[in-house]
Design a protein around this ligand. Structure first.
Ligand SMILES: C[S@@+](CC[C@H](N)C(=O)[O-])C[C@H]1O[C@@H](n2cnc3c(N)ncnc32)[C@H](O)[C@@H]1O
Length: 204
């Protein structure tokens, strides 16, 4: 069975991910973390292209319901959104379709609560693609930094997303800039364009 997705926000990032993540491809015992999995498109790509060793693992965090923020965004962008149940069902089916159930831990809930329960310095790569507010991007980034191993990678999506030009803090850019300012001595920037990728260079 092939995975099915109702939208594609991920494919344009594949060339950069291939370049940055290729040194990790196929390594054993990798631990990746994703905040905002939706129907599992980016998760499936990671599982099929990087986390290919049988011992590697992916933790997927998602609220799997339509928050006020998602409803406001989809209304503004004129997108028809599936329900939270449909999104979660499709995520589960897609992970099953690629045969990766035993590699994935699905955690349902808000990232700012769930991230605090994960072990510190245990993650090789974290992808922040959940709530789009600046506050959320900053909080998710800070919590993920503590979870990353030294040399681990942190990927922020949507640095240039500007759905709410009249209310900039509803977009993630200012939060990501704040992260880059406050943690410039602990991270090196590997890539900065529509996505921002940093490497944690120091144990905290
Ligand atoms: C843009 S989608 C993720 C897309 C996915 N990474 C992909 O490339 O296919 C954002 C997801 O973040 C989730 N989300 C929004 N706010 C969240 C929060 N506070 N905690 C966890 N997940 C959240 C939404 O439910 C949605 O599924």
């Amino acid at each position: 069975m092939e995975p099915h997705f109702s939208s594609d926000w991920f494919s344009p990032h594949i060339p950069v991910w291939e370049e940055v993540l290729s040194p990790l491809k196929g390594k054993p015992d990798l631990s990746f973390l994703e905040i905002g999995s939706y129907e599992g498109r980016s998760a499936c790509w990671l599982l099929e292209n990087i986390l290919t060793h049988e011992t590697s693992r992916l933790t997927c965090i998602d609220i799997f319901h339509l928050s006020e923020e998602s409803i406001e965004t989809s209304t503004r962008l004129n997108l028809a959104m599936p329900t939270g149940e449909e999104i979660e069902r499709r995520f589960d089916a897609n992970i099953r379709a690629i045969g990766a159930e035993n590699k994935v831990t699905k955690l349902k809930g808000a990232s700012r609560e769930l991230l605090r329960k994960l072990p510190l310095e245990s993650v090789d790569c974290a992808y922040v693609d959940g709530s789009h507010t600046s506050a959320s991007a900053l909080i998710d980034g800070i919590l993920c930094l503590d979870l990353l191993k030294t040399n681990g990678l942190l990927i922020f999506d949507d640095y240039r997303w500007n759905c709410f030009p009249e209310e900039p803090l509803k977009n993630p850019g200012a939060g990501i800039d704040a992260f880059l300012t406050f943690f410039k001595d602990e991270c090196e920037t590997v890539h900065k364009d529509y996505q921002v990728i940093v490497r944690k260079t120091k144990k905290r």
